[in-house]
Write a protein that binds this ligand. Structure first.
Ligand SMILES: [Zn+2]
Length: 399
């Protein structure tokens, strides 16, 4: 969790914009916190909400932490504070959840000060609830505030966006990321260097990489080997993609077992709770576990494409500068040199464009990742004269 002092340090623009709006009494009824992800947006949403509920704030974004409202807020039980977030494997905000939130906000404030609705990952709002939400925004009720948190503001309805003040949070700058990665992730030396460079200011990416550094090194080595094979890359591409697909499957299976074990442990622990309530608690827990697993799996898939991009970036840097010291993956220097000799600059640019084209759908639309990757690698390695369009390369994998 990030403290207010840390928010001030890491997100001075966002904090400043909100403070000014509050001080001038011009805080709009709906604020969008647009964030690159995991840079303090949840903490900022909570701080803003608590400030609005607090009876004696010491200033803008400075709740007293002592009044009954603040106490209630911190227990997570404040009746005028409501949040929705995506649940379940498909990771959309459920329409029912959203309608319930709107309904609660339309009722009278229970404690009398303000009513707050926080919508996390608002980009996943479904059409029906987005439209209902829009209606609510069109007729704002006094004392009601929406805090809309998103990492993909471009996916919000333009009509929603135009009714909100957009507050942008920024990626951590290099020194902040380095400091936090050292302290919170326990990284040192080369690992710290690599994670800081690869995550490019994104804290979630840094956390993921810190937990998967060995796998990352193996993965990028495998990818480089496939691409080094050039004309004979088809078989190793299929092999590499199959191994990755198998690893994802194994991860899912392990999760299912963990999930089952956790649920039966809780069921035993909660055995004296009334059956209907216990069932609801278990269902909620299962949904939370599945959401977390889905998010992890998306990180893993996204990581595959990022590794490919980073690999090509190294190759381009070497081609352009000839300076081996600038290669980020020093443990891969030999292969990077081979790739720089084997691929023309335009080919690499085309490969990067192809990666960009498929990675969104592959990560978010549950496409079969092994087939996408196989097509991408095989296509990338095709000799110039035999290059086929990406679509055909993907179809050839059976996708
Ligand atoms: Zn207070």
């Amino acid at each position: 969790m990030m403290t207010t002092a840390e928010l001030d340090r890491y997100q001075p623009d966002a904090m400043g914009a909100l403070r000014t709006a509050i001080q001038r009494g011009r805080l709009p009824h709906a604020v969008i916190l647009s964030s690159p992800g995991h840079v303090g947006e949840d903490e900022l949403a909570a701080l803003l909400a608590q400030t609005l509920l607090c009876e004696r704030p010491a200033g803008a974004l400075a709740p007293c932490n002592e009044c009954p409202q603040c106490h209630l807020f911190k227990t997570g039980a404040h009746p005028d504070f409501n949040e929705v977030r995506p649940k379940g494997l498909m990771r959309g905000i459920k329409t029912d959840d959203m309608l319930e939130l709107i309904g609660r906000l339309q009722a009278t404030a229970l404690m009398g000060r303000a009513k707050i609705g926080v919508i996390h990952q608002a980009e996943s709002l479904r059409k029906e609830s987005a439209n209902r939400f829009l209606k609510t925004l069109e007729e704002p009720m006094p004392g009601t505030y929406f805090i809309i948190v998103t990492t993909r503001p471009e996916r919000l309805l333009p009509t929603i966006k135009s009714r909100c003040q957009v507050i942008r949070l920024r990626p951590f700058d290099g020194s902040v990321l380095r400091e936090r990665a050292g302290v919170e992730l326990g990284l040192r030396g080369k690992d710290l260097e690599l994670v800081c460079t690869l995550s490019r200011g994104r804290w979630r990416r840094a956390c993921f990489l810190a937990g998967h550094l060995d796998e990352y090194r193996v993965l990028i080595k495998d990818l480089a080997s496939v691409l080094c094979a050039r004309g004979t890359a088809a078989a190793p591409a299929a092999e590499c993609a199959r191994a990755i697909g198998d690893a994802l499957k194994a991860g899912r299976k392990a999760f299912d077992e963990r999930c089952k074990a956790e649920l039966s442990a809780r069921a035993r622990e909660w055995s004296d709770i009334e059956p209907k309530v216990r069932r609801e608690m278990l269902d909620a827990l299962e949904e939370d576990l599945k959401s977390a697993q889905a998010a992890d799996e998306r990180d893993e898939k996204a990581s595959l494409f990022e590794a490919l991009i980073e690999l090509w970036r190294d190759v381009l840097v070497l081609q352009w500068t000839g300076d081996e010291a600038l290669v980020l993956h020093q443990f891969l220097l030999g292969q990077v040199k081979s790739l720089a000799a084997a691929y023309a600059g335009e080919e690499i640019m085309r490969n990067l464009a192809d990666i960009d084209l498929v990675r969104g759908p592959a990560v978010y639309l549950n496409m079969r990742i092994n087939l996408v990757l196989q097509g991408l690698l095989a296509q990338a390695a095709q000799p110039v004269g035999q290059h086929v369009p990406l679509r055909r390369a993907l179809l050839a994998t059976g996708l």
